[in-house]
Design a protein around this ligand. Structure first.
Ligand code: ATP
Ligand code: MG
Length: 479
């Protein structure tokens, strides 16, 4: 019977009164044939298991190696050593699974690099760093649902497979059952997708927004939280081919309501994590501080991880227009010294170097940029009266750049249709989307928050591959 097990986290919180308990977990270290550091993933801290000298024979003790799994029954007593309140005095020790030290690829003695740990992602959860990262990921996901549930939003599951390629958010992965070496063809040589599984060309979704809007036109407020797919061939530290996105969509909201909600949401997620994963955050903060020490003075950030998070919770985000952002860039010392690699002028799609200059050097806090030129944004964004810009908003944060992309949506049928035609988006195929503008259209707005980008921000990790369990990136889909 396994159910008598007490989690390490609970054992460490309990008052040690020589009570008999059973713990199970994996060995992190075994010192002097006496002290086992046992971890079961419930907390970053290990339970110290003390094996009385002479209580077990040498051959048995030899099999207790890092990575092996144990069942330990014993007495929870006050610890004599420093560093922990209590320890488990082992009465019976059972090895559940051995772990051959010659073959075990996770040797914690010489701090493995994050790059190496990516190659053994099936085992990296067993490190302190990834233990902390993935407990926080759980908390953040839970907080997402809690936030929206408290506000009466309906969680809508939008489809993973879609036949609409109108979003234009990124390159898509095709979904097909056609034989790729010899697909059926039309007279002109193009592939005949009428023969395909869905009778048309279909893809993995790049965003649930369009379907989300349909839900908002009935429930008033919905959100999606699911995987999205983009065949981003860019191989950056901020892009994945499979990532999770949270997309709320709200009727009766304008751009300002949208910004307020997004800002409250980000603050809430951070606040909730600080409250529930303090130990994990402190561990990651220390880790980041150690890493910063390796950097030259000029590249170090002025704030530690926890300070940064506290700062974001306690300060309003800066709000500027795109036009103001471009002016700031043009006036910047970086621009004058020709430090930017990419061109700066009104109309550009700001590059990450520009976004990061704004948040890291100029404002030193998160910034919401509104009123982007319409030609760099999607067709569904509401057109401003100037004829040049749309009611878009991106939220940029230090260390990452864009974390949220959103807008007020164009609810005026005629304007929307004209824009779609200009952008060569087939209006007939999108009949269902346009119907919402025909049947009781209302002002509405929404945004997309990249869950892994949020994870980067909260954990201080710098590569997006290290905040999702099994990253999918160009040329990489192991595990
Ligand atoms: P970027 O300019 O960084 O490529 P985007 O403009 O393509 O972002 P949106 O289409 O607005 O992004 O998507 C909404 C959010 O989804 C982004 O703000 C970001 O947080 C996240 N996101 C977008 N693409 C990716 C990706 N490939 N991997 C992880 N997160 C992503
Ligand atoms: Mg993109």
């Amino acid at each position: 019977m396994f159910n008598t097990r007490v989690k390490v986290k609970d054992l460490l919180a309990a008052e040690p009164q020589s009570q008999q308990v059973t713990a199970m977990g994996w060995v992190r270290t075994f010192r002097n044939n006496q002290f086992i550091a046992l971890n079961d993933g419930s907390t970053n801290s290990n339970l110290q298991v003390v094996v009385a000298l002479g209580s077990h024979d040498e051959a048995f003790l030899k099999r207790i190696t890092p990575g092996a799994s144990l069942k330990v029954t014993g007495e929870l007593v006050p610890s004599l050593g420093k560093g922990q309140k209590s320890e488990l005095k082992a009465v019976s020790l059972e090895i559940l699974g051995e772990c051959n030290p010659e073959k075990y690829p996770l040797q914690l003695k010489n701090r493995p690099s994050l790059e190496y740990l990516r190659e053994i992602a099936h085992l990296r959860f067993r490190t302190n760093t990834f233990g902390a990262v993935f407990r926080i990921r759980h908390t953040l996901a839970f907080a997402v649902h809690k936030f929206f549930n408290e506000r009466g939003f309906v969680y809508l599951h939008t489809p993973i497979i879609t036949a609409s390629d109108a979003e234009g958010a990124g390159e898509m992965f095709r979904v097909t059952t056609l034989p790729f070496d010899n697909p059926p063809r039309n007279g002109d040589g193009t592939v005949d997708f009428r023969e395909d599984f869905f009778g048309r060309s279909s893809n993995l979704t790049v965003s649930g927004q369009l379907e989300g809007e349909l839900g908002a036109m009935a429930f008033s407020e919905i959100y999606t939280f699911g995987p999205t797919f983009r065949a981003e061939n860019s191989n950056t530290a901020r892009h994945l081919a499979e990532f999770w996105m949270i997309e709320p969509e709200m009727a009766f909201h304008d751009l300002e309501d949208n910004m307020n909600l997004a800002e409250d949401f980000i603050r809430y997620l951070i606040g909730y994590t600080m409250e529930h994963n303090r130990e994990d955050l402190e561990f990651l903060a220390q880790r980041l501080a150690d890493e910063e020490k390796q950097k030259p003075q000029a590249e170090r950030s002025d704030m530690g991880l926890i300070e940064k998070l506290e700062f974001v919770v306690n300060n309003r985000f800066e709000r500027i227009t795109y036009t103001e952002a471009i002016d700031i860039l043009l006036q910047s010392p970086a621009y004058k010294k020709k430090k930017f690699q990419y061109e700066v002028k009104w109309g550009i799609d700001m590059q990450s170097e520009h976004e990061r200059y704004l948040v890291e050097k100029h404002f030193k806090k998160p910034v919401i940029v509104t009123g982007y030129p319409k030609h760099i944004k999607a067709f569904y964004m509401r057109q401003n009266d100037d004829g040049k810009t749309v009611a878009a908003m991106d939220i940029l944060v230090p260390g990452i750049g864009e974390i949220v992309g959103g807008s007020q949506r164009e609810e005026r049928l005629e304007k929307l249709e004209t824009r779609m035609e200009e952008m060569h988006i087939p209006t007939e195929e999108m009949w269902w989307y346009l119907d919402t503008r025909r049947f009781g259209a209302v002002p509405h707005a929404g945004f997309g928050l990249g869950f892994e980008r949020m994870m980067l921000f909260v954990t201080g990790m710098t590569n997006i591959r290290d905040v999702i369990a099994f990253p999918r990136t160009p040329k990489s889909a192991e595990f």
